[in-house]
Design a protein around this ligand. Structure first.
Ligand code: UD1
Ligand code: MG
Length: 457
């Protein structure tokens, strides 16, 4: 089909979400519902995409922030037919229009391809599904003798025998533009909800002698809509389980596919293992043989091959080299780069710092705005004092430095190559190479000293 237009209906109020956020902006896998629908739409390379918005529309435009979209306002929500009518002036005279729903986010391109494959300038193609429980959907009325589709009847207008029909209207359909221009303005609202039903266009097409065909989704869960937080939570789990299964198929060992959340893109090499309850956000890349321990959160991080992230670690906007150890209980903040074989241990926070090859900070430290060379050992409890209350300053630690435990490095300061810093030092000036530098008063013992005691009553 050469001329494809897409209209996404997204003006509904979403009352049952019980939220001030417009429904289509609620997040599924970290992305607004509408964003998922737009991604699917764009994969089809349409000539144009219109989004019909209403409630909270300005906020929707701002969040989605996409200047390829034609935004069409539906001032009052008078029904799906009225919604599509608002977009009619923007649709081409020829070709077809795919109607998508902004609150049906799991729809997949394979399913839409099936639908579009059947579209012609003279046929209406509906995406329909057979459901065990058709409750809440419009029903597909077929001619009992020929099986041809005749109409869609909304649940609220259906007779008891029609309610028993299990083939439902998903709301997603492909309609020929030339006929839309003719039929849409003629829709009426003489029904139980006094709405302009887009679905009435089917009976109109049948009456005009046009062909009405149906295609079915690859998976029935693709057509589920979000009307409440409970629906949203259900779709989130469906989506996550799909994602986990895809990763397992690619050879990633997910210890429990029901306990992983991917909110973005997770790209894995070979032999990757992910223990339970990990969350991946933004774009996360894991190289070959990477192991992620239980309860880790990684956000926009790349981890090179052979590295292990031990449990309960939080990493954000960082680049982790090969063969590194991180955690348990490490916090790696934005702007951090660990070179190969670096070790960051428990209760160590690293921010905006480079940790050179083979260097280690294994226990209880804060390293901020630091450049650390190769084979450096940072003793337990070491802190870079990078902030003077107004400005941030840099700490430079050159290769082969040994920093004793409980050291404060008051930035800006440079610890030169091969320096050793005695434990418990407060270093305020640059140190010379290859020497022991320490700042502490000499240890004394006072023989006459008596420990204070409470008087006995
Ligand atoms: C609609 C279909 C029904 C189908 C169901 C699938 C009609 C008349 N009925 O019913 O056959 O089984 O979807 O979920 O089409 N919208 C607007 N403006 C409006 C009304 C709705 O933009 O004035 C948008 C909504 O934001 C939503 C979509 O259209 O994305 C569907 O609207 P909704 O009210 O959920 O329709 P249903 O009654 O569920
Ligand atoms: Mg609905």
């Amino acid at each position: 089909m050469t001329n494809l237009n897409i209209v996404i209906l997204a003006a509904g109020i979403g009352k049952r979400m019980q939220s001030s956020l417009p429904k289509v902006l609620h997040a599924l896998a970290g992305k607004p519902l509408l964003g998922h629908v737009l991604d699917a739409a764009k994969t089809l390379s349409p000539k144009k995409i219109c989004v019909v918005y209403g409630h909270g529309g300005e906020m929707v435009q701002k969040v989605i922030n996409d200047n390829e979209i034609i935004w069409v306002k539906q001032e009052v929500q008078l029904g799906t037919g009225h919604a599509l009518l608002q977009a009619l002036p923007y649709l081409d005279a020829e070709g077809v229009t795919l109607v998508l729903l902004g609150d049906v986010p799991l729809i997949k391109v394979d399913t839409l391809d099936r639908l579009i494959a059947k579209a012609t300038e003279n046929s209406f193609v509906l995406l329909t599904a057979e459901l065990d429980v058709p409750f809440g959907y419009g029903r597909i009325i077929r001619n009992q003798a020929t099986g041809a589709i005749q109409a869609i009847v909304e649940e609220k207008d259906a007779s008891n025998s029609q309610l028993a029909i299990r083939e439902i209207n998903t709301g997603i359909m492909v309609l020929p533009n030339s006929h839309l221009h003719n039929f849409l303005p003629r829709l009426q609202n003489k029904n139980s909800q006094s709405e302009y039903y887009l679905t009435d266009i089917v009976a109109m097409a049948v009456e005009a002698g046009l062909m009405v065909d149906a295609a079915h989704p690859v998976h029935n869960w693709e057509i589920l809509g979000v009307n409440s937080k409970a629906h949203l939570a259900k779709l989130e789990r469906i989506n996550q389980s799909e994602c986990a299964n895809n990763l397992l198929e690619q050879g990633v060992m997910i210890m429990d596919p029901s306990r992983i959340d991917v909110r973005g893109q997770l790209i894995c090499g070979r032999n990757v293992e992910i223990d339970v309850n990990c969350i991946f956000e933004g774009t996360v890349q894991l190289g070959d043989d990477v192991k992620i321990g239980a309860h880790c959160i990684l956000r926009n991080v790349s981890v090179s091959s052979g590295t292990t992230i031990f449990p309960y670690s939080l990493l954000e906007s960082a680049e982790i080299g090969k063969g590194c150890h991180v955690g348990p209980y490490s916090r790696i903040r934005p702007g951090t780069r660990l070179y190969d074989e670096a070790h960051i241990g428990n209760f160590v926070e690293v921010k905006n710092s480079n940790i050179g090859m083979g260097s280690k900070a294994n226990h209880l430290s804060y390293i901020g705005d630091a450049v650390i060379g190769t084979k450096v050992n940072i003793g337990a409890g070491t802190i870079t004092c990078n902030y003077d209350g107004a400005f941030k300053h840099q700490t430079i630690i050159e290769d082969d430095v040994f920093v004793g435990s409980d050291t404060q490095l008051v930035a800006p300061v440079r610890v030169a190559r091969g320096s050793t810093i005695g434990a418990g030092s407060t270093i305020t000036r640059d140190t010379p190479e290859e020497q022991l530098t320490l700042s502490r008063s000499r240890q004394v013992s006072i023989s006459s000293w008596k420990r204070p005691k409470k008087d006995k009553a």
